[in-house]
Ligand binder design. Structure first.
Ligand code: KIV
Length: 282
């Protein structure tokens, strides 16, 4: 039996069916080793375009390309066996219209073998979500704070502070839902708006900085592991990986400088019989 038939992978309809039920556990993943660690614990792994900042040191997600998303999507798909893997469509790959979006989404799915894509579903995108879903591409929406809109918003700002903005975000969520999204990320909104959206849509809402009023939660894994010196208010740090890495690297550097590393146990030696036979060590 191949490893592909041994484990039943969670599907987009499985996630959709979780509306109002057991909370959906999601994290971001960008690399094979991390995906392997997260897979057993998560229902959904998102290859988020946040990899632009987290992995590639960009200031925001605008510079992320389709090729970057495909490369990281392939890495995650090599290691994740159980969780549904969703790959973000980067800025510029879907906004121009449904046909461009279909070409790029189908390329992501063919080249990574992921099971779904995510789009930031602002007002202009609902028709595209419908087009993709009708053609066999499960789509996750993303409303509220939309990081790809950083340049029109003038920064990363929580959404729904005015009545007009609340109505707009609610409308975006409704349109995304009616277009057939199997789940909707709700980012950076107050609890009352998250409650209103969650009650208004049939798809499960996946909150990030959007309170416990959602059907599931997602965090950027590197944030919750404490790999950065600063984390947003909504992130709970479950580890201090930055301190751990700092201590480990300082200890390694000190050992190398003092010639304590490598020691005999970390050094290859020829076995006496092989030395006699003139063999090279393995
Ligand atoms: O790109 C990303 O990681 C995301 C999550 C934060 C939802 O969109």
């Amino acid at each position: 039996m191949s490893r592909h038939t041994a484990i039943r992978r969670i599907t987009a309809p499985d996630i959709r069916a979780r509306k109002g039920g057991e909370p959906v556990v999601c994290l971001t993943a960008y690399t094979a080793p991390m995906a392997g660690l997260l897979d057993a614990h998560c229902d959904l792994l998102l290859v988020g375009d946040s990899l632009g900042q987290v992995i590639h040191g960009l200031l925001n997600t605008v510079g992320v390309t389709l090729e970057m998303m495909i490369l990281h999507g392939q890495a995650v798909m090599r290691a994740a066996e159980k969780a549904l893997v969703v790959v973000d469509m980067p800025f510029g790959s879907y906004e121009a219209g449904p046909e461009v979006a279909f070409a790029n989404a189908s390329r992501i799915m063919k080249e990574t073998l992921c099971q779904a894509v995510k789009v930031e579903s602002g007002p202009a995108v609902a028709g595209t979500v419908r087009y993709l879903v009708d053609r066999g591409i499960p789509v996750m929406g993303h409303v509220g704070l939309r990081p790809q809109a950083v340049n029109v918003d003038g920064g990363f700002k929580a959404k729904g502070r005015s009545d007009g903005e609340r109505a707009r975000v609610l409308e975006e969520a409704r349109a995304t839902d009616e277009a057939g999204a199997f789940a909707i990320v709700v980012e950076g909104v107050a609890e009352t708006l998250a409650e209103e959206i969650t009650a208004a849509v049939r798809a499960p809402t996946i909150g990030i900085g959007a309170s416990a009023a959602c059907d599931g939660q997602i965090l950027v894994t590197d944030d919750m592991l404490g790999l950065f010196d600063w984390t947003p208010k909504f992130v709970r740090r479950y580890a201090d990986a930055r301190a751990l890495v700092g201590e480990a690297v300082a200890a390694y550097a000190a050992d190398v400088r003092a010639r304590r590393f490598p020691a005999a146990a970390e050094t290859y030696a020829l076995k006496p019989a092989r030395v006699a036979a003139g063999e090279e060590p393995r």
